[in-house]
Ligand binder design. Structure first.
Ligand code: UDP
Length: 239
């Protein structure tokens, strides 16, 4: 049994609680959804359960493949025990197929393959709207050392090499995804979550979005898409 302590932080989609060890925290996954820098808000019923269970499965898979993560164990439908990290304020995005902001910013055609995959950095700063940054901006802002920048890219691409075939087996295209990393006892490890909130998945049979784009773009069947991701990734319905 792990005792849940005080609320440490409440974010847009998760709450963080103290655990009974100072090196650990409990992530609680909410159903709240936001998009476009929190200008659009809503609820996706059951999302927290899906994201918790999907993240558990993917963190376990990545650990087995040699990518260290903050995951320790899933405590309940909506709670996960994790290592307490200091978050690196950089969102690392990996892209295999053109979509979203990349299509808009550079005028590229949505759906085109990106080979080799692209790694992008965004400065994690809500007030600035998470701007795209280069390695030189990372150095200017002192967000990470050059060695950490190299590790962020290497680990993100390694995660992509593990995740892409896993989703392909489940008839899903891993279009792009966002990772966050943290430092734990001087070591860089994967943190946060990996879920339909933070990835784009396209159904390989129909091409339909199975992720938060259904919420962002009002495509309908949002809850159904999250449940289908859970079913394909974990082979279960949300409990
Ligand atoms: N993403 C995320 N959080 C963010 C921004 C992006 O999880 O704050 C994910 C998003 O779900 C997608 C990938 O990162 O899988 C690339 O997103 P993009 O830059 O295309 O931005 P968007 O179109 O989502 O604004």
């Amino acid at each position: 049994m792990v005792t849940k302590g005080e609320l440490i932080y409440e974010g847009k989609a998760k709450k963080l609680f103290a655990a009974d060890h100072p090196d650990r925290v409990i992530q609680y996954f909410k159903d709240d959804a936001t998009a476009f820098n929190a200008q659009k808000r809503g609820t996706i019923v059951g999302k927290g359960v899906v994201n918790n269970k999907v993240s558990e499965r993917l963190f376990r898979l990545l650990e087995e493949g040699g990518v260290p993560t903050h995951f320790i164990e899933r405590l309940s439908d909506r709670e996960m025990l994790t290592k307490r990290v200091v978050i690196v304020p950089i969102e690392v995005v990996v892209r295999n197929i053109v979509a979203g902001s990349l299509a808009k910013r550079l005028g590229l055609k949505e759906g085109d393959t990106i080979d080799p995959p692209l790694v992008e950095f965004y400065y994690k700063n809500d007030a600035l709207g998470d701007p795209l940054i280069t390695d030189d901006h990372v150095r200017l802002l002192k967000l990470a050392t050059p060695a950490v920048v190299r590790d962020l890219k290497d680990l993100a691409l390694k995660a992509n090499r593990i995740l892409t075939p896993f989703f392909k087996e489940r008839k899903m295209l891993l279009v792009d995804f966002k990772l966050e990393f943290g430092v734990y006892h001087n070591k860089l490890i994967l943190a946060d979550e990996i879920s339909p909130d933070t990835c784009r998945f396209w159904d390989m049979a129909t091409g339909e979005s199975m992720d938060k784009d259904r919420f962002r773009k009002d495509l309908g069947k949002v809850e159904e898409a999250y449940q289908e991701v859970l079913r394909r990734v974990c082979g279960t319905e949300a409990g």
